[in-house]
Design a protein around this ligand. Structure first.
Ligand code: FAD
Ligand code: DLZ
Ligand code: SF4
Length: 508
């Protein structure tokens, strides 16, 4: 019996479970560039180009390995426009009556495939370290699902940075050493980029023609589009940036969009790299004495800790998770998230580099664009759609827990034990953005006051009922309560005036 093997745009791994289950001699691989996937949010053109180019090259690699691959390009005249449509078309063409697929990373697509009018077999996506069952078992009966404890289990499971039963270096977590302010001397100039070859150029021309209106610069395009290139990019990171990754993990600099970050999330998330091999490369560099423990541990924690943990939460919590809004925030996302002018230099830089690179690092996402949205009371659903659209690494299983949970506290504290909010002081400490800003970070009210300073107190004040009893927020409320009444009133009045301007669409 002939079967179809569906390989999605973020399943570009030779060891994919659906491929392992299939028979090369009789089954047919289906891959398709379709409007439905390219259009469920206004993806950044670089993201679409990365996925299409990597899909085309992966299809080539599968053919070389002996598979019969039916590949549909976006502009093929008989393109059915959706994944299920393509499956049905290929089933008719080949006489196949069943579909093998590895579980997609989004409830939307899982449901479409489950309800397709053709028999489907969905296999676990075992490109992760923890299975759904393992995460469920870990979560079962716990009052709080804190990442740190899950992470320790993943260290034990993988043996990464372990010294017998103990953590190497005697500490599980070196986060305290990883909060240095931005350095004066930056010794790297971003990740390794790749000159587009003819195949990539073909995709760039297609994306240019079809997605012209989408937010984001398509060129220059330098992402890796094959596993071999992604491995080179990883190797370059380990040699050049990893040694200082830990120290400056939270720093932000106008002139250095990538600082010491790896920029491997797009490759991990579409399947060109696997999480374990990435961590093993980092562990090896530490064993050789090339990188300090705080860098190796900090990096490995992001992957076997945070990345696995957020995936666990997404699948544990179910399809309604991305639409949660426990703080009932409902302001529209301001136009400056899509590139309109803003006088806030930090936002302007974070959004500007997002437009250019389809990339911003974690602290820019969390403490600049995320922080502002949370403080200003933006609808988390709109914030979620923005993050899902604009980053090359954005797929719902990883994006929504980070946005809806960690950044916007819209899940009520499943992921974060307190909201990630800060005044301008934090941004000033960790970046050089404030120096070039039209606002003054040292000014707390009145003319030129930094909006983060105003909105920080406004946020705490309007959500007092929910947060004032949170032990980790007691200090913040005590500081607020110690201010004299007049000062509190002025802060709230200025914050309200700022929000009014924002709502009126004025440049703020
Ligand atoms: P590095 O800083 O070099 O970290 C190494 C790797 O660790 C990353 O490649 C990534 O795979 C992993 N990692 C680090 N932090 C996280 C995290 N919080 N969750 C999951 N993996 C993590 N990451 C995505 O992969 N896709 C997203 O759509 C995404 N959306 C985010 C939205 C918000 C609001 C926030 C605050 C964070 C988001 N993150 C997302 C997490 C993180 O910002 C990115 O993984 C990271 O910036 C990717 O760049 P990098 O490869 O240079 O990471
Ligand atoms: C993100 C994306 C885009 C832009 N385009 C395609 C596509 O044309 N074909 C495809 O198979 N996959 C694409 N993807 C990735 C899917 O949206 C992804 O598999 C789901 O969001 C589940 O993670
Ligand atoms: Fe951002 Fe405020 Fe600093 Fe300006 S002063 S860059 S708005 S934190």
């Amino acid at each position: 019996m002939k079967r179809l093997v569906l390989v999605l745009g973020d399943q570009l791994s030779e060891g994919l479970s659906a491929l392992r289950e299939a028979d090369k001699d009789s089954d047919v691989v289906v891959m398709a560039e379709v409007d439905e996937e390219a259009g469920y949010v206004g993806h950044h053109p670089k993201k679409i180009a990365l996925i299409f180019a990597a899909m085309r090259k992966f299809a080539g690699a599968l053919r070389d390995a002996g598979w019969d691959v039916r590949y549909t390009q976006l502009d093929d005249t008989d393109n059915a426009g959706s994944i299920v449509g393509e499956l049905l078309r290929r089933a008719e063409e080949t006489g196949a009556s069943e579909v093998l697929v590895t579980e997609p990373g989004e409830w939307r697509l899982i449901n479409k495939i489950k309800h397709a009018p053709i028999k489907t077999h969905i296999f676990q996506d075992d490109r992760f370290i923890a299975s759904h069952a393992e995460f469920e078992k870990w979560a079962d009966g716990r009052k709080a699902l804190r990442m740190e404890y899950f992470y320790r289990d993943m260290r034990r499971k993988t043996g990464l940075l372990m010294d017998g039963d103990d953590p190497a270096g005697d500490k599980w977590n070196y986060d305290h050493d990883n909060r240095k302010a931005a350095p004066d001397d930056v010794t790297v100039d971003g990740p390794l980029w790749f000159e587009p070859d003819a195949k990539v150029e073909e995709v760039l021309a297609l994306v240019e023609a079809r997605f012209e209106g989408h937010f984001g610069d398509l060129r220059p395009f330098g992402f890796a589009t094959t596993r071999a290139q992604a491995l080179e990019a990883l190797d370059y990171f380990v040699k050049h940036a990893l040694p200082r990754f830990g120290d400056y993990q939270d720093a932000m600099l106008e002139g250095h969009q990538f600082l010491y970050h790896a920029v491997v999330s797009p490759y991990l998330n579409i399947g060109l790299l696997g999480p374990l091999e990435v961590c093993q490369a980092v562990e090896k560099a530490w064993e050789k004495g090339d990188v300090p423990i705080n860098a190796a541990e900090g990096f490995i924690r992001q992957i076997i800790g945070w990345r696995e943990y957020v995936r666990g939460i997404y699948f544990l919590e179910g399809p309604d998770y991305p639409s949660r809004n426990v703080l009932k925030q409902n302001r529209d996302l301001p136009d400056f998230y899509w590139g309109a002018e803003t006088r806030m230099n930090c936002i302007s830089h974070a959004v500007g580099q997002t437009r250019e690179q389809a990339y911003a690092h974690h602290i820019q996402r969390l403490m600049v664009t995320g922080n502002f949205a949370l403080l200003a009371g933006i609808d988390p659903g709109q914030v979620h759609e923005w993050y899902l659209a604009v980053y090359a690494d954005a797929f719902e299983w990883v994006e929504s827990p980070n946005t809806v949970g960690m950044s916007q506290f819209a899940d009520g504290g499943i992921i974060a034990s307190k909201p990630y909010v800060s005044s301008g002081a934090y941004i000033n400490r960790m970046s050089d953005y404030c120096k070039g800003c039209a606002y003054k970070v040292s000014v707390k009210t009145g003319e030129g006051a930094c909006p983060f300073n105003l909105l920080y107190w406004h946020f705490l004040d309007r959500h007092r009922e929910r947060f004032s009893n949170n032990a980790r927020m007691g200090n913040m409320y005590r500081t607020w309560d110690r201010m004299d009444d007049d000062r509190r009133e002025t802060v709230l009045k200025d914050a309200a005036a700022f929000l009014e301007k924002l709502d009126a669409g004025e440049t703020v």
